[in-house]
Design a protein around this ligand. Sequence first.
Ligand SMILES: [Zn+2]
Length: 401
Amino acid sequence: MNANPLTLFWEGFTVEPYAQIAPQVLLIRLRPGEDCHPCCSGCQQHCTAVHDTTIRRVRERDLFQYRVWLEVPVRRVRCVTCGPKLEQIRWLSGRQRLTAGMVSWVESLVRLMPVQHVARLLGLNWHTVKAIDHHRLAREVVEPDRSQIRRLIMDEFALFKGHRYATVVINADTQQVLWVGEGNSRQAIRPFFEWLGPEACAQIEAVAMDMNTAMDLEVQHHCAQARVVYDLFHVVAKFGREVIDRVRVDQSNQLRHDKPARKVVKRSRWLLLRNRDNLKAEQAVKLEELLQANQPLMTVYLLKDQLKELWYAPSEAEARRRWEEWLELAMSSGLAPVQQFARRFKGYVEGIIASATYRMNTSVLEGMNNKIKVIKRMAYGYRDNDYFFLKIKAAFPGKAR
Ligand SMILES: [Zn+2]
């Protein structure tokens, strides 16, 4: 039995008497183990000749209430193959100022809490913590298999404060995030297609995206075969913003003289825009009362439900029929915001009809917006897009088909 449990931890070295260098800080001095020859970091050969030795101070994991620093004599060996070379220490890589154990401790913690919390908890600089996490992500994020990609989803999201955007490309079949890049213009997404390469581009069948972007032009340019599909999530959100919300505001203005009714309409935004299936029983009752009392709101609400049906058509012919029916209802609704939306929507209708052939599960987009918010919070304080984008990729590794 070994009298000193600390000798368990640092392979190739033995432990000398420690020193307490501050109230909560221990310094543990190591000495090269007697029958361990150092290993050349170039070729992994054991070497007997030592060129020189430098003492390095590195952080180890905490021990009980103490921060632990190690003093490690690191040798440069005189390798017969490589010449003078740093020795290889399994638990301390390269010029790292933290032991491998400490690094993997940081990696575990930073999965669970924001970078700045980990930094504070361990008494490390937050750049150090972020760099470790960045490294881990680069190691763990799997390069997608380009030959398997057939259907894509493209979307944009806001970067940290300000009006800059980034674009994300997702494999619709596996829900893996394939690519994230700054900007949302045609030029901004070009690097994605360059990465994808002409062979994989030629195999793309369909690309789902929001209306009102220039991305469709870029898709068509690289993937001649691909059909552009406008996804339900974005169109319904747009209908909510541009039609339902507009009508709600108009209605509440018209109710100027009926204060209680006005208040109900004015405060109904959330109720109207929320997916009906996500409402609690009492909220559903409230919604029903509101719609019964207000004909224009009832009309736009029903039009929203019917609009969704376009995406569930069993064939393109049926989708077209549903669209024409919807258009007629919209135009005869007598509501200007509805008519305006319908007129503009006409130009995009082929992209919705195509969804009858190319069913795409775009529900990933809803989850993504929430996850991005969490990631922003976890990486608070950084404006490092590389790191941010890697985190998004890591959060959506995709699933096997
Ligand atoms: Zn060597």
